[in-house]
Design a protein around this ligand. Structure first.
Ligand code: PLP
Length: 391
């Protein structure tokens, strides 16, 4: 569907869903198979094994036919009981939504606030856990890459803070907009549940989501008191042992996942992450050269998946996005929650190249001019100079 016929490809530069590579689209376009037949178990087992390195784990990864929100819920209901207390960091809109969900499930959250311009406050997490001598907090929940602000929290440091406090809380981490674009180390970071989704770094359409689960999380699942059925890990793991699922899997999405994992492996995960680091740095240079501000203020938390850009006071980020969509057929992310109309977000995650980045930044620069947003026409040049020196 397009409101008017447009020549050329739409630039889908929101921070997810991302552009789906042609090779992945072709994989989707295969005949749907018998999900209880002999061939399916081979496919299922292969995919489950190939997923593990992307999560940095040798432990099970569970696939749900659901958006990321479903995997958030699965992480909570499999490990916690109504009335349990959890510590959450309000890094932005998505952390806020996860906290709201916990509340609806009867889980009591304590919130560590931020100004939405940085990642999780590790010192505050450690201080709160040290003060919790009775170990009433059952889990710490962190959004690794906060898609609303473009800030990436240091999960390794969160782990060290939990250990330094000698606290037994589970660590639940949302990697929905980092997995496949920014390194995720489920095992090395001692994460108990890593939550993710298909439509961002994995280069798939929306529709699959994931939980990577530790032994400690599996033990918690045996006693967790939240009601669960569809999200229950136990029948999943039992069926997954032979490559099958307890209910009908999203068969064609699994073909696509199989191919997307091949593409990540062929490029090499470290190369994929380096590519995203480089595109993110080029984007930030463009933003500064335009005379605009990056929403994330802490360079240690800069996101390699997206950049949220603040517009000058008195100008509308949504007006700019709408001009760019109409004139140049490019979608950019909107400001969410308290950032509504104050930022626009440039997604540079997933299947992305130097030329795609330059097209994206050119669209922004032309849009700034067309929408009359005060800026300097120097961002594209700054990004190009950086990319040319960093081939
Ligand atoms: N968490 C983060 C960090 C996200 O970016 C998103 C979606 O953009 C979600 C959670 C929610 O996932 P979904 O919209 O797939 O349900």
């Amino acid at each position: 569907f397009q409101s008017q016929p447009r020549a050329g490809r739409h630039f889908l530069q929101i921070p997810g869903p991302t552009n789906v590579p042609d090779r992945v689209l072709r994989a989707l376009d295969n005949p749907t198979m018998d999900h209880r037949g002999p061939d399916f178990g081979i496919l299922g087992s292969r995919i489950l094994a190939k997923l593990q390195p992307v999560f940095g784990t040798t432990q099970p990864v569970i696939i749900f036919p659901a958006s990321g929100t479903g995997a958030w819920e699965a992480a909570l209901v499999n490990t916690l009981s109504p009335g349990d207390r959890v510590l959450m960091c309000e890094t932005g809109w998505f952390a806020h939504l996860w906290e709201e969900m916990a509340g609806r499930l009867g889980i009591l959250s304590e919130l560590i606030a931020t100004d939405w311009r940085r990642g999780a406050d590790v010192a505050a997490i450690e201080a709160r856990l040290r003060a919790d001598t009775g170990h009433t907090l059952k889990a710490v929940c962190v959004v690794h890459n906060e898609t609303s602000t473009g800030a990436t929290s240091r999960v390794d440091e969160v782990r060290r803070a939990i250990d330094a406090a000698g606290h037994p809380a589970l660590l639940l981490v949302d990697t929905i907009s980092s997995l496949g674009s920014i390194a995720v180390q489920h095992d090395a970071w001692g994460v108990d549940v890593t939550v993710s989704g298909s439509q961002k770094g994995l280069m798939l359409p929306p529709g699959l989501s994931f939980n990577a689960v530790s032994k400690k999380a599996l033990a918690a699942a045996e006693t967790a008191g939240c009601a669960r059925s569809f999200w229950d890990w136990r029948p999943m793991l039992a069926a997954n042992a032979t490559g099958y699922f307890p209910y009908t899997p999203a068969t064609n999405m699994l073909y696509a996942l199989d191919t997307a994992l091949d593409m990540l492996n062929e490029e090499g995960l470290d190369n994929v992450f380096a590519r995203h680091d480089r595109h993110a740095e080029a984007t930030r240079r463009a933003v500064r050269a335009w005379g605009l501000e990056v929403q994330c203020e802490d360079p240690r938390h800069y996101s390699s998946a997206l950049t949220a850009v603040r517009v000058p006071e008195g100008t509308s980020a949504d007006g700019l996005r709408s001009t760019i969509l109409q004139k140049f057929n490019m979608s950019l992310g909107n400001g969410l929650g308290q950032l509504k109309d104050r930022v626009f977000r440039i997604g540079h995650l997933g299947d992305f190249s130097d030329l795609a980045l330059m097209g994206t930044l050119s669209g922004v620069e032309m849009g700034l001019r067309a929408a009359g947003v005060p800026h300097k026409d120097e961002g594209v040049r700054a990004a190009m100079d950086y990319l040319a020196g960093n081939a």
